[in-house]
Design a protein around this ligand. Sequence first.
Ligand code: KIV
Length: 282
Amino acid sequence: MPGRLTAPDIRAMKGRARIVVLTAYDACSAQLAERGGADVLLVGDSLGMVVLGHDDTLSVTMDDMVLHSRSVSRAATRALVVADMPFGSYHEDVPQAVRNAVRLMAEGGARAVKVEGAAHLPAVKAMIAAGVPVMGHLGLTPQRVAELGGYKVQGRTADAADAILREAASLAEAGCFALVLECVPSPVAERISAALPIPTIGIGAGPSCDGQVLVFHDVLGLYDRFTPRFVKRYAELGTLAANALSAYAADVRSGAFPAPEHGYDMSEEELDRLYGGSTRGK
Ligand code: KIV
């Protein structure tokens, strides 16, 4: 579609402009994120926590991702829409991974997918060969939360940092157009960002990445169950919304809403017909 940013456009932004990424899960969040100037709308599997009410991202299904990607894609006019490959959708074998990545584009309308970790390089290469741009994701990869033992900062030792650097290089070499770095020490993200030819998108990775991503609900103060230290809340819409909704509830209970101006009239003639000429409380 003309005017839409593509994966190669995002890759070419490295060293030229910082890349603004926001998650989006439906038409409303997509429109707002684009009005805010997002270059990339990430239909993240954080969907499971902030929209679907799960405790983690592991229960998110391909059907969930297709439905929400389609909704975001319909609303997006400029930003690149990237859909997360959910847990279990690329872990079996290469054909399963390619089939699901293609589905996110063909049915979900996404124009790229994101894959966590570097353990599935053959699948990543096959997706790219099939025409699906892939964004990598290293550091804290929430789909491995059970194995990692919680949402912990990764790469805090020199060996662990080197391992992430090697994985990052292998993903760039495989053809990924960008790489999310989540919860790694700032100097590690700085080193990886300087070494890679593709843009890094940080979240809890300090100021040296080529771009930044945050979860829509975190930026707006709409998700209270857990706020990581790397989140900056730019508004407290949850409080505003709750206040507005309790004012509505109070008005309904007191009869203050709806008022006459919120209703619709009928002509006198039709009213007379309705009441069959009888009085109607005049
Ligand atoms: O699922 C998600 O929203 C993500 C971002 C936080 C990077 O993976």
